[in-house]
Design a protein around this ligand. Structure first.
Ligand SMILES: NC(=O)c1ccc[n+]([C@@H]2O[C@H](COP(=O)([O-])OP(=O)(O)OC[C@H]3O[C@@H](n4cnc5c(N)ncnc54)[C@H](O)[C@@H]3O)[C@@H](O)[C@H]2O)c1
Length: 241
């Protein structure tokens, strides 16, 4: 029996990359997984491969969140876990990027995470149980030049702690995960030289695999993490030691 047996779990931005690995690991551990994304074709394919269901969800839309949460409740009657994984990246340096880019990054990474938590926490509080895992980054743990992305990921870390403290007595846990350089489209979008430079800063001497982050997420979603809330777990091969 898997550690997520019987749990109903929504994973955002899970058509590909780390989100699809998190959805797969949760399903392999027994969860009923709802794969969500804005990439509908890829999302449907991922859901079929995993044995999950797919719902189209733009995390920046409050209405869309409410539709998805209602349909999951109609189908399963409960929501045990939410992984706020959807995110976009920019490497634009401090003050060099456009304000539109800044706002878009905050809208998806921060506001999308906020809307997700706002949509599921009333249900989890009523149930008296639930686990939210917010995917931040090492960028949410230290200073970086890409100010918009960094700010959004610090915000995710901060909101996590606020929700954890406020809802601890309701049985709802909320933690953040901070990946380093993980092999997905975000990493592959960087120049080869930038990737080599980045990897040279990692004490373990390599990038991470999406599955290595997914296993940590599964643990936090499970009852094995029953006394962990408001924590930040760095998964980075020692990058920010
Ligand atoms: N890959 C890394 O090295 C790394 C490191 C640290 C943190 N992260 C974080 O991990 C998360 C997953 O990223 P990834 O590396 O798998 O990248 P990715 O680009 O492969 O996946 C991101 C997913 O989010 C989806 N998405 C984008 N905007 C959306 C929206 N408005 N609504 C719903 N879905 C949306 C995309 O369609 C995509 O499927 C992100 O939050 C990212 O910031 C990644």
């Amino acid at each position: 029996m898997g550690i997520l047996e019987g749990k109903v779990i929504i994973v955002t931005g899970s058509a590909r990359g780390m989100g699809s690995a998190e959805a797969l690991d949760a399903a392999e551990n027994g969860a009923e997984v709802i794969v969500t994304d804005i990439l509908d074709e890829r999302g449907n394919e991922t859901a079929v491969e995993i044995g999950a269901t797919y719902r189209s969800l733009d995390v920046t839309s409050k209405e869309n969140w409410s539709e998805v949460v209602s349909s999951v409740l109609d189908e399963h009657g409960r929501i045990d876990g939410l992984v706020n994984n959807a995110g976009i990246y920019t490497s634009q340096d401090i003050f060099s990027g456009s304000t539109d880019t800044f706002q878009k990054i905050i809208e998806v990474n921060q506001f999308g995470t906020y809307l997700g938590m706002a949509a599921v926490t009333p249900i989890m509080s009523r149930q008296g149980s639930g686990s939210i895992v917010n995917i931040s980054s090492v960028a949410g743990m230290r200073a970086q030049a890409n100010i918009a992305y960094m700010a959004s990921k610090w915000a995710v870390r901060g909101m996590t702690k606020g929700v954890a403290k406020t809802l601890a007595s309701s049985g709802v846990r909320c933690n953040s995960v901070h990946p380093g350089a993980v092999e997905t489209d975000i990493l592959f979008s960087l120049e080869e030289e930038a990737v080599t430079d980045l990897i040279s800063t990692i004490p373990m001497g390599r990038s991470g695999e999406p599955a290595e982050v997914a296993e940590v997420v599964t643990f936090l979603l499970s009852d094995s993490a029953s006394y962990i809330t408001g924590a930040e777990i760095v998964v980075d091969g020692g990058m920010i030691i």
